[in-house]
Design a protein around this ligand. Structure first.
Ligand code: SF4
Length: 469
């Protein structure tokens, strides 16, 4: 039977089908961090259970780390307690921890691929919604809650409902100034923030095939924002080239054998899908969110919706979003004044993102009223950027150059919006209060668009910034 990658990976990892319709899946890799694990480890301890497969469990610290002063103990007592608990739990369970002293610390969805832990054909779980990122490698990767983290620690298994598969084919060239972030925002705008509920998204088409692994990770990362439980891309030569030589990738002859198996896990050409969507990449323009969910977006040269949005927002949700954001329906998003510019996160905090943003700001300066920061997704990203001199480009342009972490993506650390500040952000969520202030406002866009907004002090069309390069 021709099968999708999703079906092949699912079947290969099925332990048994449960009476309630769920499947007990074996999890190949469990990524853990400081926020969703303390209670899970406590629950294990209370029952006298051990971590079943410490060698399939890998930890890092990302959400709560300060990005400016990383001296221990942290000034924030709760953050210090969380990290101390993770250190103790990892030590007792024999789980490797990539901490601040490791040189490999960073956002969990950045370091997994960097270390070569994330591989095609795997099942991966992590107590963070954006675990879908790892699907870029042809893995099936689930974001899970604290009680499921406990289950995976105890049994290396997850009880989970099967998913349907929707193939989203993106064909055609991307126009200048249009990035993977714009493609995924377009997909979410078209299909809705709940459009993927019950589905795995398989991304395909020549536009996806041409993307680097960094770009593919941006696409898969935001699958969850479209309601899909997982998103994935079939592994190919780009995937294998990225993995070759990485610390935990198979080495020598083993790598070639692994490539053969990885190739066999890709969806068969005649596989059947539960739904199919085709997107014309050439029609996508730089995109900015105007509302309070990632589906509420417009092209930078379009007007913000008014009472009726043909793409599915109700009148009430448009009115609520416009009121919260302080924006006028019918006006252009272009020219919206910003207070803060944030480049980072597991969506867009990788080296290629920083290179692209640096290209925009080189020789320019951040607007006087804007606070701008660049937060590399990991210590290796930061080190690589510094080797290329990108730190100097950003610092000379007036950006703060920070240590690795989640930072202002969700503000569980000192990086937070204040009052009703407006932030141009390369992250993935624009929910009310997401960036720390209950009245803070977030506009999602590509790192290049954030860089251009930082310089202009307002939302501008990045295509004009790249003219004449
Ligand atoms: S960067 Fe944001 S979305 Fe990604 S893991 Fe950190 S908090 Fe979650």
């Amino acid at each position: 039977m021709p099968s999708t990658l999703f079906e092949k990976v699912w079947n290969a990892h099925t332990v048994r089908r449960l009476a309630n319709g769920q499947t007990q899946l074996f999890i190949g890799l469990h990524l853990i961090h400081e926020v969703t694990t303390p209670q899970a480890f406590d629950m294990l301890r209370a029952r006298g259970w051990k971590v079943r497969f410490p060698d399939r469990t890998v930890a890092t610290v990302d959400h709560i780390v300060p990005t400016r002063d990383q001296q221990r103990p942290f000034l924030d007592v709760m953050a210090e307690d969380m990290l101390s608990a993770l250190e103790r739990n990892c030590r007792e369970a024999g789980v490797p921890l990539y901490d601040l002293a490791s040189g490999a610390q960073g956002i969990v969805h950045v370091i997994g691929p960097e270390l070569g832990l994330t591989q095609p054909g795997m099942t991966i779980a992590c107590g963070d919604s954006h675990t879908s990122t790892h699907g870029a490698f042809g893995a099936i990767a689930f974001g899970i809650g604290t009680s499921q983290v406990r289950d995976v620690l105890a049994s290396q298994c997850l009880a989970i409902e099967p998913l349907k598969v929707r193939r989203i084919t993106v064909n055609g060239p991307l126009a200048r100034g249009v990035y993977a972030k714009d493609v995924i925002l377009e997909i979410i705008r078209r299909l809705g923030v709940n459009g993927g509920v019950g589905y795995a998204y398989e991304y395909s088409g020549d536009a996806i095939a041409r993307m680097s692994m960094d770009e593919r990770m941006t696409i898969c990362n935001m699958s969850i924002e479209g309601g899909a439980r997982v998103g994935y891309i079939n592994p190919d030569a780009t995937t294998f080239d990225y993995l070759r030589g990485r610390t935990f990738a198979p080495q020598g002859d083993g790598f070639e054998r692994a490539c053969e198996w990885w190739r066999s896990m890709a969806s068969d050409p005649d596989a059947k899908y539960d739904d199919e969507v085709v997107i014309d990449a050439a029609a996508i323009r730089p995109t900015v969110t105007w509302g309070i969910n990632p589906g509420q977006s417009v092209y930078v040269d379009e007007a913000i919706p008014t009472a009726h949005d043909p793409l599915g927002n109700s009148q009430a949700s448009i009115a609520e979003a416009l009121k919260f954001m302080g924006l006028d329906g019918g006006a252009g998003i272009i020219g919206t004044r910003i207070d803060v510019a944030f480049i980072g996160s597991c969506t867009n905090g990788r080296l290629s993102d920083l290179r692209e943003a640096a290209r925009i700001v080189r020789g320019k300066h951040v607007a006087p009223h804007v606070t701008a920061m660049v937060v590399p997704g990991s210590q290796p990203v930061r080190a690589a950027a510094e080797r290329e001199g990108l730190d100097r480009v950003f610092i000379d342009a007036g950006f703060d150059w920070r240590g690795a972490g989640c930072s202002m993506c969700l503000a569980m650390n000192p990086d937070r919006l204040e009052g009703n500040q407006v932030c141009a952000s390369s992250s993935n969520r624009n929910f009310k209060g997401r960036q720390g202030s209950p009245t803070g406002r977030t506009l999602l866009m590509s790192p290049a668009m954030v860089a251009a907004a930082a310089v202009a002090g307002k939302i501008v069309d990045v295509r004009e910034f790249t003219n004449g390069d």
